[in-house]
Design a protein. Structure first.
Length: 89
């Protein structure tokens, strides 16, 4: 299986970060760069969480990678909101 290129990770991370920020209500605070960063960090976090449950994160394909990034982005944004104490902007 071919590994994803850097550009693919940026695109998937950006989409996952943007959708995650929409779901978590933080989109007004973020720009495209922060959405990409949240999505990529969310991918790492989501991959770690899914691997705890025994999921094959590396061989999951494009859709599973997107879902992994999206779940991780939502978890990340949840904890950022929790720590920052913001309930609504």
């Amino acid at each position: 299986m071919l590994s994803m290129s850097i550009i693919a990770w940026i695109v998937i991370g950006g989409l996952a970060g943007w959708i995650g920020s929409k779901l978590m209500g933080t989109d007004a605070q973020q720009g495209i760069v922060l959405n990409i960063v949240v999505g990529i960090i969310g991918g790492l976090l989501g991959g770690w969480v899914f691997s705890l449950f025994g999921a094959d994160v590396a061989g999951g394909g494009w859709i599973f990678s997107f879902v992994t990034c999206l779940v991780g982005a939502c978890i990340l944004l949840f904890f950022v909101k929790l720590v920052s104490g913001r309930s609504k902007v």
